[in-house]
Ligand binder design. Structure first.
Ligand code: AOF
Ligand code: ZN
Length: 380
């Protein structure tokens, strides 16, 4: 084999093993938040000797799980390669588990391949240096894009301390999120609605505008799907949310936060707080909640991943401020029609198509009779 052919063969092998490590990482699900989903495997050439992934927050890391699986099979890591979707962690204050990099060095790997560097400022390349100092050959960046997409919220939070925003909506094939009367039950089918609930189970907070509350009186909880229970956030400039809405009435069971502007009345604030609703006032823009200030307020609460569910005005303002990182759109095989039926991103919009936001890594799959489209506006 020529040196170039050897490099190519090695690259193909690295991508194959890393692809498998990414599959393992994805099994980590919502249980690992706010930590990353990580997968790891030990390989000798083509042969996969052991696999592991991070299963739940506070539990053993992926690399440690792979080493444990290796020991269980009475195998040795010496001379083999560790594939991990994330740079192994080092020691730092407040850490819940022992540093993986020590275990990796001790195990005697000849080579370590990682998909991405750990953006955690307390790691951030230090473990890679440590491995190199120990004489281990290190490669970074195999399937990096895929690995980064899997942990967008973690990556953004670690580098910017701002929430990652997923925008979600369901629309008819002609781009309407409701009929002209405002009726939207149901645009998407049952399977899509189940997926939408599962999406809620992966985030820290679900956001809607007050018009959605006035129109639909939603509960915004996660139901019939696994996951966490996100905080429910209503963007409501002058506190129009009714005290008898389902959201307010359930505030003592699951947290509700209402975000208003300075012009909201203190009496209204008190009435809501008496019902157990959290209220925060943030900066405004044209007498409405400024979405940048809104995200700052959510960052202060430690929300790493927020799901903006609508309506069209709230989604439109998030897009106008370029605050959306990922889109999940359910498209139903229906034509609603009409000039007055609302679309998902309202407001002014752009003046020319060349100024439109453009998504990358678009993925589509069937969801019952619907199609679900997802893509990234920003990669982290
Ligand atoms: C994980 N799972 O598989 C890897 C992580 O508090 P700890 O001890 O769980 O450490 C969390 C940090 O460890 C996390 O912020 C990330 O930087 C690093 N790697 N974390 O939860 C894993 N490999
Ligand atoms: Zn670790």
């Amino acid at each position: 084999m020529t040196p170039a052919a050897r490099t190519r063969a090695q690259d193909d092998l690295d991508r194959k093993h890393m692809g498998r490590a990414l599959e393992l990482a994805a099994r980590g699900s919502w249980r690992v938040a706010p930590n990353p989903k990580v997968g790891a495997l030990v390989a000798h050439g083509e042969d996969v000797l052991a696999e592991g992934f991070h299963t739940e927050h506070g539990g053993p890391h992926a690399e440690v799980e792979a080493l444990r699986a290796l020991r269980e099979k009475k195998l040795d890591a010496r001379g083999s390669t560790l594939y991990s979707t994330l740079e192994p962690c080092g020691a730092f204050e407040g850490k819940q588990t022992p540093p993986c990099v020590d275990a990796v060095v001790e195990a005697g790997f000849a080579r370590v391949v990682v998909a991405q560097r750990d953006p955690n400022p307390q790691v951030d390349g230090r473990s890679l240096e440590r491995l190199e100092r120990a004489g281990i050959s290190v490669r970074v960046g195999v399937l990096e894009r895929e690995a980064r997409a899997l942990n967008g919220p973690f990556n953004k939070w670690m580098s910017e301390q701002r929430p990652y925003v997923t925008a979600k909506w369901a629309m008819s094939l002609d781009g309407k999120i409701a009929a002209r009367s405002g009726d939207s039950k149901w645009i998407s089918g049952e399977e899509s609605r189940r997926r939408a609930h599962a999406l809620r189970g992966e985030v820290d907070a679900v956001l809607v505008g007050v018009n959605t509350v006035l129109r639909d009186d939603p509960l915004l909880t996660r139901r019939d799907a696994p996951g966490r229970d996100p905080a429910r956030v209503v963007v409501d400039s002058v506190l129009r949310i009714p005290l008898e809405s389902k959201l307010v009435r359930s505030a003592n069971t699951s947290p509700v936060l209402v975000v208003a502007t300075e012009s909201a009345s203190d009496e209204r604030v008190r009435a809501l707080r008496d019902q157990g609703v959290g209220v925060v006032k943030v900066g405004s823009e044209a007498s409405r909640v400024d979405p940048d200030c809104l995200l700052e307020a959510l960052a202060r609460r430690g929300y790493q991943h927020v799901l903006v569910e609508g309506g069209g005005e709230l989604l439109g303002s998030f897009f106008a401020h370029d605050l959306v990182d990922r889109v999940v759109c359910f498209v139903a095989p229906k034509i609603v029609g009409g000039d007055a039926a609302p679309s998902p991103a309202r407001g002014e919009g752009v003046s020319e198509v060349t100024r439109a936001l453009r998504l990358v890594s678009l993925h589509s799959e069937p969801s019952g009779d619907d199609v679900v489209l997802s893509g990234l506006v920003h990669e982290w």
